[in-house]
Ligand binder design. Structure first.
Ligand code: BDR
Ligand code: CA
Length: 312
C-alpha cells in the first residue's frame, strides 16, 4: 500500500500532540509520509504552539520540517484556551528542548512547497483553527487539486464546547472554517459528536504507563493533566478530540460516518462558529463533509495504546 502524504497542521495542545504521535506511529508502520508540520495560534499563542510543536517532534523523532503559521485568525482576534492546556499550552511533564530548527518558510509557504513537490494528492490533518489551510486556499487556489482531502477536528452538530453552539477550533476562526467548508474539497469532520465519545479512561492511562518506553511516561502525564480539567466538568475520561482526525485515516472501520452538507455560521448573536449540518437535506445541497458521528471506543483506545507502544 502507498503511504499517504500528510501535512499536520495544529496548535499543540495535549490532544494535538497525541494526534501527531499517532501519525508518527503510522509513519513508522508504513501508512503515512509526513511531509510537514505547521503551527497556528489557537489553544495558546503562536510562539507557544510553535515551541510545543518543536518539542513534540523532538520527543517523537518525527522527521518533518516544522513551520510557523498564522498568529491570528483571518479577520477575528485570537481567542486562547489556557484553562484546558495550561499556560504553556502543553502543561504537565517536562519535555526535551527542541533538537530541530524551525523552517525558514512560513506555514503557507511550506504547504505550497509540499503540494507542488508531492506526486500524490496530500491529506491535510487540521487539529486547530483552520486559519493556515484557509490562507493556503485563498492565496493558491490553483493548488486545490493537489489536496486529496482535509481531515479536521472541529465543530459539533447541534452543540458546542466553548459556547452552547460552537466548538473551540471553529469558533476561533469561523471565517477560515467557512473558506474550507465551501472549498469543494473532500472533508472529514471529526466534531464533538464523536470526539467527546473518544475518551481515554483511567484504566487506559494505567496501560499506557505500564508500556514504560521513552514516550509513554510523558503521554501518561499529559493524559493525567488533560483529564483533570475534564474530570471537573463531569467527563469519564480524557477526550481524544484531535487523534480522531488521524485515526479515521488509519482505521476508518472504527467510526460511524454520515455525509452532510455543513455550513459555518460566521455572524449570529448566539451561534457564531456553529457548524450547521443539513441532516434532513432541506437545502437540497449535496453533502460537503463526511461527519464522524460515533466510534468503537474500546477499539480506538486499543489502537492508541498500540501506537504508543511503537516508541521503544
Ligand atoms: C479542540 O480544542 C482544543 O483545545 C483541542 O486541542 C481540540 O483541537 C476541541 O474543542
Ligand atoms: Ca487542537
Amino acid at each position: 500500500m502507498k503511504r499517504i502524504p500528510l501535512i499536520l497542521d495544529g496548535d499543540p495542545g495535549h490532544d494535538d500532540a497525541i494526534a501527531w504521535l499517532l501519525a508518527e506511529a503510522g509513519r513508522r508502520r508504513g501508512s503515512f509520509d509526513i511531509k510537514a508540520v505547521t503551527t497556528v495560534g489557537g489553544n495558546v499563542t503562536l510562539d507557544k504552539t510553535t515551541y510545543n510543536a518543536l518539542r513534540i517532534c523532538t520527543l517523537l523523532g518525527l522527521p518533518a520540517p516544522v513551520a510557523k503559521g498564522a498568529e491570528h485568525p483571518l479577520t477575528a482576534d485570537l481567542m486562547n484556551a489556557p484553562s484546558v492546556h495550561g499556560e504553556s499550552g502543553l502543561d504537565g511533564p517536562a519535555l526535551p528542548e527542541p533538537g530541530i530548527e524551525l523552517s525558514e518558510l512560513t506555514a503557507v509557504e511550506l504547504m505550497v512547497k509540499v503540494l507542488k513537490e508531492s506526486e500524490e494528492p496530500v491529506t491535510i490533518v487540521s487539529t486547530g483553527p483552520l486559519t493556515n489551510t484557509a490562507a493556503l486556499l485563498l492565496s493558491h487556489p490553483e493548488l486545490k487539486s493537489r489536496i486529496g482531502r482535509i481531515s479536521l477536528m472541529g465543530g459539533g452538530i447541534g452543540f458546542g464546547n466553548w459556547t452552547p453552539a460552537a466548538e473551540f477550533n471553529i469558533l476561533v476562526d469561523p471565517e477560515a472554517a467557512d473558506v474550507v467548508f465551501r472549498s469543494g474539497l473532500p472533508l472529514i469532520m471529526a466534531g464533538l459528536d464523536v470526539t467527546e465519545r473518544a475518551l481515554l479512561q483511567p484504566e487506559d492511562f494505567s496501560r499506557i504507563k505500564e508500556l514504560n518506553n521513552p514516550v509513554s511516561g510523558i503521554v501518561w502525564q499529559w493524559l493525567e493533566f488533560f483529564y483533570e480539567f475534564h474530570r471537573k466538568l463531569g467527563y469519564a475520561g480524557a477526550p481524544m478530540h484531535d487523534p480522531c482526525a488521524v485515526m479515521v485515516l488509519l482505521h476508518p472501520e472504527l467510526f460511524t460516518v454520515r455525509d452532510y452538507y455543513v455550513e459555518i455560521e460566521t455572524g449570529g448573536e448566539y451561534c457564531r462558529g456553529a457548524t450547521i449540518a443539513d441532516k434532513r437535506r432541506v437545502t437540497g445541497r449535496e453533502p460537503n463533509a463526511k461527519c464522524i458521528m460515533d466510534l468503537d471506543r474500546d477499539g480506538f483506545a486499543d489502537r492508541i495504546i498500540e501506537a504508543i507502544g511503537e516508541f521503544t
